[in-house]
Design a protein around this ligand. Structure first.
Ligand code: IVH
Length: 680
């Protein structure tokens, strides 16, 4: 490892920084291109930290191609348009072996040669980008757009760890190089991202491709920086000097210069070898860490490619040979409606079971009535079902069958399918008005009341909640506290010990914070965050229950919809009765430790405070963190100065932290930042 920073002269530091940049770049290359790392993650982190430390001490020696410079830049107003140097063509596709054989025949005929060598590669399911390198430095990157003009996403692409900002110096490295590649998201990264998004109550991405595209085409590159994107390159679109003789050599040169290229590529001498590669790739598909939707078959020789030429939108020398799609066609046997814990009615399509990408699917959510109407799905229809990542299966579209006789359009029931109470409507959503009288809602409400973030009653899960309701032991939430051990022993799966444990857990739950109690009530739109806001603002349950709509709306972060939901919940006599009974059973609701004292001022506790975020945050998106600061009256800016009050450092924070330390600005970890938000 290098010498401590303070013992180096400026010149020595400069040298060391150059050496570190080179070293880190080499390890990036080994990791991302060769897939053969030589050092552990910890050793890599040490090198990285040494470089960041030096850069903090000598900010004027930081180069734009330094591996530390991947953290994103201030948000843009819009993505500017870029004219591609060469049109970015797309590919014609074929679906089966016979169609590839026909392609091969045509190529043979046109070239009039005996043997044609093909290079075959996976067809990555992402979005296509153009990368421009000048003298080995990454200068510009753009999306494909319409093929002629794309969007400038240079600063966003800079945040991708697998994209080299500087290429390896080599005698044959062209001064001007335009490369084409695919930006994609690994499946595990996609699933983790969607989980984070869903936890925030936002709409998850439908598939890794949409996630990659949505993450790259961002105005705020710090969002891209926090998203796990990867890139692989598969074509040189233009270069100074002459192109290699074959595509295969072209890929080898790219790899030598440090550009990630398809690892699973192969050279084939005959079309039958191509077909065999396709079969192998399709079999390996489920085991690959990223999505591919076929293979690409490319004539290898450059001169033959030129002889074959191009059509207006696609080359004659390459073809996409797709896999059997993961969308399958099946029949809608019925449309049923399920009732959730807050009474929301969700239409579900019951399907004729069909295998989609190795999984049998027999139901698909239709989300809400508007969605059913938009897709016009009716019982008996033929539909295409889709499975992407870990997302619940959805109906992609209806297949129009000419001359078919269709059932009546689907309609939401006027009565709850479980309890027959009247159904109420709010926008696209329908609700059962039965509340606790509806067994479906009561089961859900009970399970939610007992859940970890609410009353935290261990041993009371979905199955037990359902049994308690079905056997009439719980008719409203308060009945929980009247349960006896004998009654629990009558339930399936309960014995002496488990019944005792559950009885204890129920007793323990009687002491509960106001925040958790409010979560437990399961009021629509009132989740963890709003429950906390309410607890802090009102302090006691009585005060929350006494508030009217205007008072709720006057609370920062509570809009008209939440205010309506709160007032109608507390106005409902049945809900008040349940709360009274809970209190009679001895529930002790504790006030929050931190109370807002003066509501008017207390809502802007971060007034005039300036925050800078750097590195990846785990609990918040960058946007959310900024929003939270702004909601509390603070400001979020992008560069550190003496005026900055706090720098919040996530993972891989980069040079801003050092800058903060130099200026004496307070640096907070993400956990400290979260605590600060909680306490203000
Ligand atoms: S070559 C002129 N190679 O597939 C030929 N494309 O359906 C340019 N794609 O728009 C494309 N993996 O985004 C090529 N190994 C690969 C690819 C690949 C994925 C994408 C590319 C293109 C689309 C065509």
């Amino acid at each position: 490892m290098g010498q401590p920073t303070h013992r180096l002269t400026r010149a020595e530091a400069g040298k060391r920084m150059e050496a570190l940049r080179k070293e880190i770049r080499r390890h990036d290359y080994l990791y991302y291109v060769k897939d053969r790392p030589e050092i552990s993650d910890a050793e890599y982190d040490r090198l990285f930290r040494e470089l960041s430390d030096l850069e903090a001490a000598y900010p004027d020696l930081v180069t734009p191609d330094s591996p530390t410079q991947r953290v994103g830049a201030p948000p843009l107003e819009e993505l500017s348009k870029v004219q591609h140097e060469r049109p970015m063509l797309s590919l014609d596709s074929v679906a089966g072996a016979d169609e590839v054989r026909a392609f091969d025949k045509r190529v043979h005929r046109e070239l009039g040669v005996e043997t044609i060598q093909y290079t075959v590669e996976p067809k990555y399911d992402g979005l296509s980008v153009e990368l421009v390198y000048e003298n080995g430095m990454f200068r510009r990157g753009a999306t494909r757009g319409d093929g002629a003009t794309g969007e400038d996403v240079t600063i966003n692409l800079r945040t991708l760890r697998s994209l080299p900002l500087q290429l390896q110096t080599a005698p044959d490295l062209p001064a001007h190089l335009v490369v084409r590649g695919e930006v994609y998201m690994r499946l595990d990264d996609f699933q983790a991202l969607n989980r984070r998004i869903a936890e925030r109550g936002e709409e998850p991405f439908a598939n890794p491709r949409n996630a990659a595209s949505g993450s790259l085409r961002q105005l705020d590159s710090t969002i891209t920086a926090a998203r796990p994107l990867a890139i692989t390159c598969y074509e040189i679109m233009a270069r100074s000097g002459s192109l290699p003789r074959t595509h295969w050599e072209e890929l080898e040169s790219l790899a030598r210069w440090g550009v990630p290229v398809p690892i699973q590529r192969r050279q084939c001498q005959t079309v039958e070898e191509v077909i065999a590669f396709h079969a192998e790739a399709e079999a390996a598909r489920e085991r690959l860490p990223f999505e591919i939707d076929g293979i690409v078959v490319k004539v290898d020789r450059r001169d033959w490619r030129e002889a074959l030429g191009e059509k207006s939108r696609s080359p004659r020398w390459a073809i996409a040979y797709k896999f059997t799609p993961r969308k399958e066609i099946t029949l809608v046997q019925d449309i049923v409606v399920s009732v959730g814990r807050t009474g929301t009615l969700t239409p579900l399509a019951l399907l004729k079971p069909v295998e989609v990408g190795g999984v049998t699917i027999s139901r698909a959510t239709l989300h809400n009535a508007d969605e059913v109407a938009r897709k016009d799905i009716r019982v008996g229809d033929t539909v295409k079902v889709e499975r992407a990542g870990d997302v619940i299966p959805a109906i992609a579209e209806r297949i129009v069958v000419p001359g078919e006789r269709r059932a009546e359009p689907f309609r939401m029931p006027e009565q709850c399918p479980v309890c027959s109470s009247a159904v109420a409507r709010e926008g696209a959503y329908y609700y059962c008005s039965g509340q606790a009288a509806c067994p479906a809602q009561l089961k859900g409400a009970l399970e939610h009341f007992a859940s970890k973030s609410a009353l935290n009653i261990d041993g009371l899960g979905k199955k037990t909640a359902a049994q308690l309701v079905e056997r009439g032991l719980v008719r409203d939430l308060s009945d929980l506290y009247a349960l006896t051990k004998e009654q629990l022993l009558t339930l399936d799966g309960f014995a002496e010990r488990s019944a005792t444990l559950l009885m204890d857990a129920i007793q323990r739950s009687k002491r509960v914070s106001l925040e958790r109690f409010l979560i437990g009530l399961g009021i629509r739109q009132v989740g963890q965050h709003i429950a906390r806001v309410l607890a802090r603002r009102f302090g006691t349950l009585a005060a929350v229950m006494a508030a009217d709509r205007e008072t709720f709306e006057g609370v920062h972060e509570i809009g008209p919809e939440i205010a309506t939901s709160l007032t109608s919940f507390f106005q409902e006599p049945q809900n008040r009765r349940v709360i009274d009974r809970l209190l009679e059973f001895g529930l002790s609701i504790e006030p929050p430790v931190q109370r807002e004292v003066t509501p008017g001022h207390g809502q802007r506790p971060l007034e005039n405070q300036t925050f800078v975020f750097t590195g990846g945050l785990a609990r918040f998106s960058r946007e959310e963190a900024k929003r939270r600061v702004e909601q509390l009256g603070g400001r979020a800016t992008s560069s550190v100065s003496k005026q900055t009050d706090y720098v919040v450092a996530g993972t891989d924070p980069g040079s801003k932290v050092e800058e903060a330390k130099r200026l004496g600005v307070r640096v907070l970890s993400e956990a400290e930042f979260a605590t600060l938000l909680e306490q203000t």
